[in-house]
Each structure stands twice: as structure tokens, then as C-alpha cells.
Design a protein around this ligand. Sequence first.
Ligand code: NAP
Ligand code: MG
Length: 470
Amino acid sequence: MKAHDGMYIGGQWRPAAGRERIEVRNPADEQILAEVPAGTAEDVDAAVRAARAALPGWAATAPAERAALIGALRDVLTARKKEIAETVTAELGSPLGFSEAVHVGSPIAVASSYAELAASYAFEERIGNSTVLLEPVGVVGAITPWNYPLHQVVAKVAPALAAGCTLVLKPAEDTPLTAQLFAEAVHEAGIPAGVFNLVTGTGPVAGQALAAHDGVDLVSFTGSTAVGRQIGATAGAAVKRVALELGGKSANVILPGADLPKAVAAGVGHVMNNSGQSCNALTRMLVHRDQYEEAVSLAAAAVAKYPTGDPREPGTRLGPVVNAKQHERVRGYIARGIEEGARLVAGGPDAPHAQGYFVAPTVFADVTPEMTIAQEEIFGPVLSILSYEDEEDALRIANGTVYGLGGAVWAADQETAAAFARRMDTGQVDINGGRFNVRAPFGGYKQSGVGRELGPHGLSEYLQTKSLQF
Ligand code: NAP
Ligand code: MG
């Protein structure tokens, strides 16, 4: 696959400072797709300097002009949709249809929303005798994961651009090719040199250097809670703004009276999509004990519709997980579930193919709230079904993890579901199958993070206020 042997800094592709390379692998066949340079602190420093140099000009650019350039970026992404989807499928392993619809479709919608918001947002407000100016925070260090390689990038870059910030992006080492395509799109859209910069590399080297750089005013990170905690500590010590979008262990609460077959099928689909590698995946299904066995059989039937296969084949709905490490880790969790006494209804720890990082779509019943598989983020196609006695019990189980990112409630009517959702300690709840909304704030309660992405709430993360008293 095509790859740039350099970093996108100051509006051009420049050779990397060091000689280290990252091999990008196709998780479906384990073959090497391409190599990209592994950035060092020197590359990060050059990129931050470029972003800082571009900041005054971009911050002073009229919001309408910034909006037009974000719109142009959206148009380039749209024109190159097929190529980007093929790249996501090659380096992440997501089925091609899902790559087109979600991995590319969603970031296009996000870019669109920020093209509109940049043009209409009130960057000034009046409070009594004060005028409050909403000014860009400055230079943003963005560190993104591999699970939604373009969406996670656009969810940071588009609001930062709308706000008038400049950026340096360090994408996940597993999915740098999508990030390089994004940098090409930024260039093609005519976004001024230095406003967006890309340094590919590993977390502990390039990511760490970016998070710790004095020239970065805000670190926006999406990934694991373990790394997020470190980044928060580094940013805190430097009195730098930080946004952390971390893991989840989201509950799908099916209340008595809900459409059980529909709720179970949608819940299974939510976990199998993207091979379970979504931070808000509804990995814990909570069912009333009177409907429990029926839900378990429905889930077993639903999961049979997700056989693993080549993600480039049109019929495939479940691709591999991203890399060898996740392959081991996810199957380790499945083995742990069996050891701890959960009942395996579908799937299991054995790899379904000799080649590729495939995990069998797995469903566990008789999962109790304290089990490891009910507490820790697995990040694979693994669903746990738990039973509850009554609503209070369901709420206690739903809220009983360190996380609070996503969630869902199904009930006979929206009012009953929404009343339950109000009592959940989580940042997002889908009511009776409510659709994802790219303008609604996305982010976590508890250890799922700090700050919000998307829509106007996401834009405000990149702004700081100045009050003028008259
Ligand atoms: P991760 O290490 O947290 O990766 C996220 C990003 O942070 C990547 O760009 C990574 O670079 C970078 N990074 C790693 N260590 C860093 C450091 N010390 N300083 C600065 N940046 C650093 O996540 P992972 O290892 O890919 O996945 C592990 C687990 O995290 C998964 O099993 C899953 O549970 C969770 N996860 C959650 C999300 C989410 O959206 N909430 C996304 C991905 C993973 P590299 O690519 O070089 O590691
Ligand atoms: Mg990592």
C-alpha cells in the first residue's frame, strides 16, 4: 500500500529525523502492508514549532473562512471515500461496508457539523457589563487510537480548526496510513501550512514527547485508561489543558415490557460491529430473570449471523481484531470468563482461522457483576449477559463499574426508559435503539474520561474565555 516516508509538517512531507520504521500489518492475513517512519522527540518538536508559528494567523482568520476550509476538507474526504475505506479495512480489518458507512461516513458528518458550527458559533457573549471573548486555546497535541482511525482524528481536528487552534497529531501506530491520507486531504483542501501537522510514531516515544512538550497548550487523548491517567498527570504537572476520552464497559439494560427480540438483536450487533472495538460498545446485557433464558437463546441465534471472514468480501460482518497483542488479550479474557464460571453460549477462546487475528464471536451467560469479564474492557467481540431481580438491582449492576461512557435502555415506552437513563452514571444512553448523533456531546463519567467531543460541547473544549468589563 502507498505510504509517505516522512512527516507532514509545515505544509509539506519532510524526512523524519531518525531511521526507525513502523511496519503496518494487515490483521486479516498478518502480512506487512507498508512502512512509515517512527517519529522522535525531534520530529515532534519541529511539528509543534510549525503549529505555533501558524497559530496567530489561523486564530485571526475569520470564522467564516475557517468554516469554508473545514467544508473543503469534508469535500475532499467525500471524494476520496473509497480509497480511505479500503485503507481502513487494510490496516484495521473492519469489513469494507462498515468502513465506508461508519469509518468514513461518520467523520464526513462530523466535519460537516463543524463547517456549520464554525460559521454560526457565538465566539463572543455579553454578561452584564462584560463582553466575554471565546478564544482558541492554542496549539493542540492530539493522540488518537486505532479503533476508529479517521473518526477519532476528525473528532479532534475539526473542532480545533473551528475554534482557531493549530495541531500536531500522533495517530496510533497500528493505523498510520489512514492518518497520512487525512494529512493529504488537509493539504488538498487548502488549509494553510502549519495549521495541521502529522507525526507518526509510537506512544512511548512520539506520543510521550507530544504530551510533555512545552509548546502544546492542550492535550486531547483518546485511548486506554492506563495511558490516559499518565497523560493527565503529565498535563496536570505542566498546568496544561487536557481532554481524555477513555474506555468503557457499557450496560444495555432491557427492562420488562421491551421488545426483547429487537433489543437483543440490536445489542448483539452493537458489540459485534468493529469486532467489539468501540469504546462505547454495549458489552454487558442486563435482562430480567424471568426473560433471561429467552434472551440468551435470542443472543445465540443473533450472533450466528456474524461469522468471521475476509473483511474485503462483501458479505463479511465480522473481521479480525487489530493486532497480535489484542488477539492474545481478547482470547485471554474469554478463557478467564470460562475459568470464573460463566457459561459459554457461543464462540470461545480458540482462533477460528489459522491466519489472521480473528476471534470467534462470543456470548457468555450466567455472568455475575464481579466477574472480570463484567468489569474490565475486553475490546473484542465478546458479550456478557447478566440477570437482574428488579429495577434497583439493574441500576446497581449498570452503575457498578469504574467506567461510564455509553449505555442503552429498552422499555415498553420512551418515558420509562428515559427515567431509568437519568439514574445511570454514564455520558450517553440510547433510548429504545436511538441512533448515534454526531452533534451530541460524547464523553465519559467516572474513569471513562474528562471532557466532551462532538458538536458545540466539543468545540468549547478548544476555547478559553477572556472577560472584558465595561
Ligand atoms: P493506548 O496505548 O492507550 O493507545 C492510544 C494512543 O496513545 C495511541 O496513539 C498510542 O500509541 C498512544 N500512547 C501509548 N502510550 C503512550 C504514552 N505513554 N504517551 C503518549 N501516548 C501514548 O491503547 P492500545 O494499547 O492501543 O489499546 C489497549 C487497550 O486500550 C484496548 O484493549 C482497549 O481496552 C483500550 N482502548 C480504548 C480506546 C477508546 O476509544 N476508548 C481506544 C483504543 C484502545 P501507540 O499506537 O504507539 O500505542
Ligand atoms: Mg499501545
